[in-house]
Write a protein that binds this ligand. Structure first.
Ligand code: BGC
Length: 349
């Protein structure tokens, strides 16, 4: 696996942004830039050997800067929603930016998706990997503590794109990092993902209110359209009258992953034969069907995206977990290390 680097553009304040291309011996490539530590392309073969880019994105840096959909980016400090944009740690209340009505989403107005990360290529065994680091200072977007964050991207010869997340803090804080890629295994410009089949290794999910905030209730997926314990087409349940799906206008929920080392999720596209398996150390996964991608014209390669053009598997701590003591805690204590990994593995069948 090798990595090349090329100048990509400049942010409005003149900071240079580079694009890194990770390539493996099978001809698979992944492009990642250090603005937002963003995955901008993943090119993999289909069952007839034809290569296609399977993630949504843009051609130009300016479009990523203006992008409100988090295409391919790392989101943090806290992925997804924090109710009322406030939480308590060690009896102190912290107020974070309200950037979705009264609530907070994906780290605020200038979250980790909207900053330039420091990039460095290193070697791990036989593979080169891309390390992206960001120093988030105490009080940024309202979060306590100075936080050192590192995300390492590695592409293996088994067609796995591996994301390793690390963070340390000097004051107790909250950390919940994820990647927000929108996948379309037929090719990023090929229309909607309704025919994709999905498996999520979860018997339970967290119930949302109408603002997509977990209420604290946990429900079984069985006998509901939330049951993805076996591969089923997304289109089967996405328009059902089930209240959770009506609230979100599709799938946009956190599934509680069954514990164990098996895969967390799978997406399969029969037309191309492409498969993506997801493995993670995280307790939850936000399966989101691009319900709010309103028409976006002139995106990557001139593509026009519309509602449901891509699906996301955002591995994570549960949204709103600071409010619900029975959810796994996303609090990182000073002196401890936040460490999580997620793998997106591509194959054909
Ligand atoms: C959220 C969606 C949101 C999307 C883009 C997902 O993680 O759950 O509700 O529209 O990100 O912000």
């Amino acid at each position: 696996m090798s990595i090349t680097k090329k100048f990509y553009g400049k942010t409005p304040d003149g900071t240079e942004v580079d694009m890194f291309t990770l390539s493996n011996s099978n001809g698979m490539t992944a492009k990642i830039m250090n603005y937002g530590a963003t995955i901008t392309s993943i090119i993999v073969p289909d069952k007839s050997g034809k290569f296609d880019d399977v993630v949504l994105g843009y051609d130009k840096l300016d479009d990523y800067i203006a992008n409100k959909l988090y295409f391919g980016a790392i989101v943090g400090r806290h992925a997804n929603r924090i109710e009322d944009a406030r939480f308590i740690i060690n009896s102190t209340e912290y107020n974070v930016t309200k950037n979705e009505g009264e609530n907070h989403i994906h780290g605020g107005l200038i979250g980790f998706d909207k900053v330039v990360w420091k990039a460095e290529v290193s070697t791990r065994g036989q593979d080169e990997c891309l390390n992206l680091c960001y120093y988030s200072s105490d009080g940024e977007e309202g979060y306590p503590g100075n936080l050192d964050v590192k995300v390492t991207y590695t592409l293996t010869d088994d067609n796995e794109l591996k994301l390793d997340y690390f963070a340390t803090t000097d004051k107790d804080t909250v950390v919940n990092l994820t990647n927000h890629s929108y996948f379309n295994l037929s090719g990023h410009a090929s229309g909607n993902i309704l025919k994709h089949e999905v498996m999520i290794n979860a018997n339970k999910f967290t119930v949302n209110d109408k603002n997509s905030i977990p209420t604290g209730e946990i429900e079984s997926v069985f006998d509901t359209p939330m049951d993805f314990t076996k591969l089923i087409p997304v289109e089967n349940g996405i328009n059902s009258k089930y209240q959770q799906i009506e609230f979100a206008h599709g799938y946009d929920h956190n599934w509680i992953l069954n514990k164990g080392k098996e895969k967390a999720a799978e997406a399969f596209d029969a037309s191309s034969g492409r498969v993506m398996d997801v493995y993670t150390t995280e307790p939850g996964i936000q399966f989101y069907t691009g319900n709010f991608i309103y028409e976006s014209k002139n995106c990557k390669d001139g593509a026009n995206y519309a509602r449901r053009s891509g699906l996301c598997f955002e591995t994570q701590y549960f949204p709103n977990s600071l409010k619900h003591k029975h959810f796994p805690s996303p609090i990182l204590r000073a002196g401890d290390e936040y460490k999580n990994s997620t793998i997106f593995k591509f194959s054909i069948k």
